[in-house]
Design a protein. Sequence first.
Length: 134
Amino acid sequence: MPFSVKLITPFQTVAEHDDAEFVFANGVEGDIGILPGHAPLFATLRTGEVQVHVGGNTERFAVSGGFMEAGPASVTIMVETAEHGADIDIDRAHSARKRAEERLANKTDDADIARAEAALTRAINRIHIVQGEA
Ligand code: ATP
């Protein structure tokens, strides 16, 4: 029995299917794979990849920080940002990576370092998704 899956950000529904076969995500505490009939689960996600396997195809998304709620017949993934691999602007991601690396090389205060590290992680994640390496 396939299940429904919804990938949402505060601004839009990025993906919605009624017939998913498998969902994969990077949980803070480890990778998560959801098959039909999964036990109820609530997990925090790290910046990484979400895969939705549907109709024999795999849709890949870059996501940053959020949550996954799963039950036997549905999965909801709520994240700050999500882009389908095909929608990622690779030049923008490379620029963001360069900017973050420069900030880290010229360290100022702790808050800036944490922000730059998070931006670097998002940029590298987007680059990896485009390159099919995440
Ligand atoms: P940038 O510095 O390039 O804005 P960022 O990591 O700070 O990168 P986010 O705050 O994570 O950007 O995202 C802001 C919005 O821009 C979100 O809607 C996100 O989906 C989108 N976005 C960010 N980077 C890219 C990209 N390389 N390609 C497509 N969409 C992107």
